[in-house]
Design a protein around this ligand. Structure first.
Ligand code: MF3
Ligand code: CO
Ligand code: CO
Length: 242
């Protein structure tokens, strides 16, 4: 899982310089796909997963998650989430980050920063004996104290030798509720934070999830291992830190 996780984060590193005005999300998909398949000799998990047609998810502006790469050009001021999941030697690594196309509005940048902090607050809670409710609560409080909302319909998940496993890791909740964490567990934390209301709408492609009120949405994701002392991030590139 460390190998798969590192590979997924390396894809997010390498795509950064390509996120510029005029590029399409299809072109970003091709760059990621080629790197995963040809260089990493790994498999992009989204491709053909329950019929998903591409190798990465690209969720632009008011798209919350599961955006399908397409031939529309990105433009200055767009924000987008790129979500990469790699399978290597049977194990999965799942991670996503926000990217700016040119310079974002102050509002958009703030949303992306708070969404990052939400993920970080959730991660920092992780240690044996804490509960899933403790994680969700830390995330929810941070989003709502910034007057943003947390998406409820989609959540983090156990991960290992399959993509989505038990438990569901909700990004909202009450302290002390839900299962307790034990060393050795691996799951994702991937809060989706909306600038407006939390409600979602699924588009007719059956994948793309947008904000019902068309407000901006931001998301970051890491794959997390529970250790005896706390946590380890399996999708952290070398030299990076939370
Ligand atoms: N990577 C997403 C997650 O964080 C799942 C994408 S499923 C796909 O769980 F089919 F849309 F790729
Ligand atoms: Co995930
Ligand atoms: Co993901």
């Amino acid at each position: 899982m460390r190998i798969a996780g590192l590979m997924a984060s390396e894809v997010l590193d390498l795509i950064e310089e390509h996120v510029v005005p005029g590029i399409t999300t299809d072109e970003l998909n091709t760059i990621c796909h080629q790197h995963i398949v040809d260089v990493q000799q790994a498999t992009p998990a989204p491709l053909n997963y329950r019929g998903f047609p591409k190798s990465i998810c690209t969720s632009v502006n008011h798209t919350i998650c599961h955006g399908i790469p397409n031939d529309k050009k990105l433009k200055k001021g767009d924000i987008l989430n790129i979500d990469v999941t790699v399978i290597k030697d049977g194990y999965f690594g799942d991670t996503s980050r926000m990217y700016y196309v040119g310079t974002p509005s102050a509002n958009a940048a703030k949303l992306c920063e708070v969404a990052y902090e939400c993920m970080a607050r959730g991660i920092e809670v992780v240690k044996p004996g804490c509960t899933l409710g403790d994680i969700g609560h830390a995330i929810q409080v941070h989003a709502e104290s910034n007057h943003y909302s947390i998406v409820r319909e989609y959540c983090g998940h156990g991960i290992g030798s399959s993509f989505h496993e038990e438990p569901q890791v909700l990004h909202y909740g009450k302290p002390g509720t839900g299962p307790q964490l034990e060393a050795g567990m691996t799951f994702t934390i991937e809060p989706m934070v909306n600038q407006g209301r939390r409600h979602t709408k699924l588009l007719s492609d059956d994948w793309t999830v947008i904000t019902k009120d068309r407000s901006l949405s931001a998301q970051w994701e890491h794959t997390v291992l529970v250790t005896p002392q706390g946590y380890d991030l399996l999708t952290m590139s070398d030299g990076r830190s939370l």
